[in-house]
Design a protein around this ligand. Structure first.
Ligand code: PMV
Length: 329
């Protein structure tokens, strides 16, 4: 019996991944850029056990079956093939943040699973290999493998589609203030959403400008240019949501409170507070600012009707192994 435990952070995309060139391996239609979210994490323990007759998954204390287990099993199968191993595994995973509401729990979950599974199987993968493995579980998971501010290069096949760090976590003291307006599980998950992207007449236009937006975002991060970051992050978010809203069937993730926060952010900025928003595949709004404005931004967000809860996160580190196993009740 061999066991390993790993931890990784979710990430917030500044330049979004939406749509696949190749869905099975999650080869994206364009590159993307994100920031890992410190303080939020998935912790995952994998134990390969010769006595098991099938893979098992316990998520936040609940035994899982069906689609979530199948998805985890597929990744374990890849690891078994790499390692030449035939044993099934017991997987225990816990998140310290709400799942399915636009904070990419699948990103941290599959990054942590990849590292724990590879280690428990006795194989050592470098960061690129680990990022590629995590990508096959959930595209954005490849960005939760390296540290800090991270770019996922689309690549032209499995070997070249992985993420790497553009800048370490302490490079820029940004804070993501996450306004939770709903903790309900999203109706259409991102896996189905990616498959709908090409049905929008706007996806082609979005992809056409992707290289330019990646350049602008990379530059804004490297120059710590908040105004530059604001322009490209909000544009890229609005483009992705325009594609979502115009796909067939349309995906409308925003709630009234989502829009209230977006308007407030734009108003505050006009009044001189450097702040910008971005939204993933859910109703919650990620409000970015520098750490000196964190208290002011969170105090203002808390006043907006419909904001149920606030989380804040600084730039987070890489996926890493943990010494102590997860204790089971
Ligand atoms: O990795 P997935 O399949 O959960 O897709 C992530 C999609 C977005 O969160 C909406 C955008 C992104 O780049 O993280």
């Amino acid at each position: 019996m061999t066991t390993a435990t790993a931890q990784s952070h979710p990430n917030i995309a500044f330049i979004k991944y939406w749509g696949d060139r190749e869905p099975l391996l999650h080869l994206p239609a364009s590159g993307s850029i994100s920031m890992n979210l410190d303080g939020l994490y998935s912790r995952t323990q994998v134990t390969f056990d010769p006595t098991l007759a099938a893979d098992q998954l316990t998520l936040d204390g609940k035994k899982m079956s069906g689609a979530p287990l199948v998805r985890v099993s597929k990744l374990l199968e890849r690891v078994r093939q790499m390692a030449g191993l035939r044993q099934f595994a017991a997987v225990t995973s816990n998140n310290n943040f709400p799942m399915g509401a636009g904070i990419a729990s699948s990103a941290s979950a599959f990054a942590a699973l990849s590292l724990a599974a590879a280690t428990a199987a006795g194989i050592t993968l470098n960061e690129q290999e680990l990022s590629r493995l995590a990508r096959t579980g959930s595209g954005s998971a490849c960005r939760s493998v390296p540290a800090g501010f991270v770019e996922w290069q689309a690549g032209d096949g499995d070997a070249s589609s992985y993420a790497f760090s553009i800048a370490p976590p302490d490079y820029w003291d940004l804070v993501d203030c996450i306004a939770i307006v709903s903790q309900v599980h999203k109706p259409t998950g991102s896996s189905e959403g990616h498959a709908l992207a090409d049905s929008s007449p706007l996806q082609a236009a979005r992809l056409e400008g992707a290289t330019r937006r990646l350049e602008l975002c990379r530059k804004a991060i490297l120059e710590r240019d908040f105004a530059g970051l604001t322009d490209v992050v909000e544009l890229d978010c609005n483009l992705m949501h325009a594609v979502m809203m115009t796909s067939a069937p349309p995906l409308l993730y925003w709630q009234p409170a989502t829009l209230a926060v977006m308007h407030a952010v734009v108003d505050w900025r006009q009044d001189g507070l450097p702040v910008c928003y971005t939204i993933d595949a859910g109703p919650n709004v990620h409000v970015l600012c520098s750490s000196q404005h964190r208290a002011q931004v969170t105090a203002r967000l808390a006043q907006i009707p419909g904001v149920e809860r606030l989380l804040t996160a600084r730039p987070g580190g890489a996926a890493r192994l943990l010494e102590s196993p997860i204790s089971t009740p």
